[in-house]
Design a protein around this ligand. Sequence first.
Ligand code: NAP
Length: 245
Amino acid sequence: MDLSGKVAIVTGSARGIGREIALRLAEAGATVVVSDVADAEPVAGEIREMGRQSLAVAADVTSTSDVAGLVEKATGEYRRVDILVNNAGIARDQLLMRMSDEDWEAVLNVNLKSVFLCTRAVLRHMVRQRWGRIVSISSIVGIVGNPGQANYASSKAGIIGFTKTLAREVGSRGITVNAIAPGFIVSKMTEQLSEEQKGEMLKRIPLGFLGTPRDVAEAVAFLASEEARYITGQVLGVDGGLGGL
Ligand code: NAP
């Protein structure tokens, strides 16, 4: 997969899965705009050390003006934007009966409204270029649900509806729109689970191990590439077989 000459924006990429996606796209040759509410400069520095171009831009993806600023900085610096990875996401778990308005709104805003705002902001550049790749990080929870995560599951299911609709709207412009639905990925959250909880989790995964941020990043790099040109409106499970159960 060769992404030389392509410019990518990755949201929520100061750490975790987003960071790994940013590094993987750079490894494939892309110029990467690393964006987050947290300081993304260290990741941009890592990318520059790889010999690729990179810019860190602070942006809250729930803010229309921050998102406009992010895309302006990216296109101002590099003159184009080819790949958008909607990765920024949060969880605020609570059983529905106890879920506050704030926890509902925060999760829907960061996980779903952001996808609308960021995608809308890059789209006119991609339409002009007649080439674009939108990849959004959904979750297996958006397909099968999970107790305590009505807000999170709704946001991740919303990404799937968004993806399928936009794929139909912009297919004629050479733009593909896909989602990735990760299962259990090694993260700060999974590191904190007890051995017993981990064992229970592993029993449910046909492949028998947790995924890594790199597993998700590989799928993003593929969907962002020319090789994936005939794939659009799809949800790719990166979940060790969990989704098929
Ligand atoms: P993470 O480690 O918490 O990283 C998410 C990043 O997004 C953080 O750097 C965070 O910054 C940033 N962010 C939060 N709110 C933001 C906002 N309003 N604007 C811009 N950036 C914001 O999460 P992760 O585990 O890597 O997950 C990445 C994506 O994969 C998420 O969409 C998540 O739902 C999805 N996912 C994860 C798993 C998993 O097992 N880890 C499974 C399925 C799907 P702060 O740290 O400053 O808040």
